[in-house]
Design a protein around this ligand. Structure first.
Ligand SMILES: [Zn+2]
Ligand SMILES: [Zn+2]
Length: 302
């Protein structure tokens, strides 16, 4: 038994050593080729997402909607307006989130240093070689410390942190809304065309489709229905995760840390600002944040 444990222990140590070497190798590569990596990763991610948005917009409004509603009717026009409003919100929040500086350098110079009695809460960043506020963490891709760092977003090409989380949240909300609307259109079209089961592998094996002249068309819309279901679930899951993080005043970087939870109303205000959920209506609505991201009050333990 002892021998087995010994063998297992040695194998475990070797495995850990190997993982550590791989991790070190990745970090070394990242440090050395950060510029090239970032200049490739960010445009590719952003272009992919933009292509999906444009494709869905054109397919749903140009192809699916005219099959469901009268193109000259009021219902058709209202759907167009709703879709334009959602796309405006997606692109607007995406752009403002990208433009927003949420690095430690964004706080006024006099707040770049801890005030009296605060020093023990700040920590030293060996990469930036300076003291940084609590909840600020270094991002290897941005190569700077980020205020209340949540995660690095390859689609917006920067980190999501204290100053731009509001835009990220609204961006995900409208992505979910837009893809949800596309899913509703696709469900109605598939239902109307009796094509629900057409793209199922078992159905394809057992049935003879030679007599159905609309088979290819039905197959395409059934596949689009499945794709739109997937495109709805991804942003919805991300939005739900972000809502949980904001509700608890945690971050994806420190997912279990609830020491800054000051009650859900205040937690949402910290991220969305004074106007809270009104910010979801438009990215242009100004909503001042209650703090500068350099000072954080921890929950009082009873
Ligand atoms: Zn740093
Ligand atoms: Zn980053």
């Amino acid at each position: 038994m002892v021998r087995m444990r010994g063998r297992f222990g040695v194998a475990f140590c070797r495995h850990r050593r190997m993982c550590f070497r791989v991790e070190e190798g990745i970090l070394w590569c990242l440090k050395r080729h950060r510029g090239k990596f970032v200049s490739l990763l960010h445009p590719i991610s952003a272009f992919t997402l933009l292509s999906v948005i444009v494709f869905l917009f054109v397919y749903e409004l140009g192809y699916v909607l005219p099959l469901l509603t009268d193109p000259l009717g009021m219902w058709h026009k209202l759907n167009w307006l709703l879709a334009i409003y959602i796309v405006f919100n997606i692109l607007g929040n995406w752009w403002l989130g990208f433009m927003c500086n949420t690095a430690v350098d964004s706080v006024p110079p006099k707040r770049q240093h801890p005030t009296v009695g605060e020093a023990h809460l700040w920590h030293y960043c060996s990469s930036c070689q300076k003291l940084v506020p609590p909840r600020s963490w270094h991002c290897r891709l941005c190569n700077q410390c980020i205020l209340k760092r949540d995660h690095h977003c390859t689609f917006s090409g920067n980190c999501i942190g204290h100053n731009n989380q509001r835009y990220f949240l609204a961006f995900l909300f409208h992505l979910s809304l837009g893809s949800g609307l596309a899913l509703v259109y696709n469900t109605l079209l598939v239902w109307k065309s009796k094509a629900f089961m057409v793209a199922e592998p078992l159905f394809l094996i057992n049935e003879n489709h030679a007599n159905d002249p609309d088979f290819n068309w039905k197959y395409t819309i059934a596949c689009m229905f499945k794709l739109s279901f997937f495109l709805f679930m991804v942003p919805l899951a991300m939005f739900a995760l972000q809502m949980v993080m904001v509700y608890r005043n945690s971050t994806c970087y420190r997912i279990l840390d609830r020491s800054y939870d000051v009650g859900w109303r205040q937690n949402f205000e910290i991220v969305l600002g004074k106007r809270r959920f009104w910010t979801f209506f438009s990215p242009t609505i100004s909503s001042a944040l209650p703090n500068d991201g350099a000072q954080w009050f921890q929950r009082q333990h009873v």
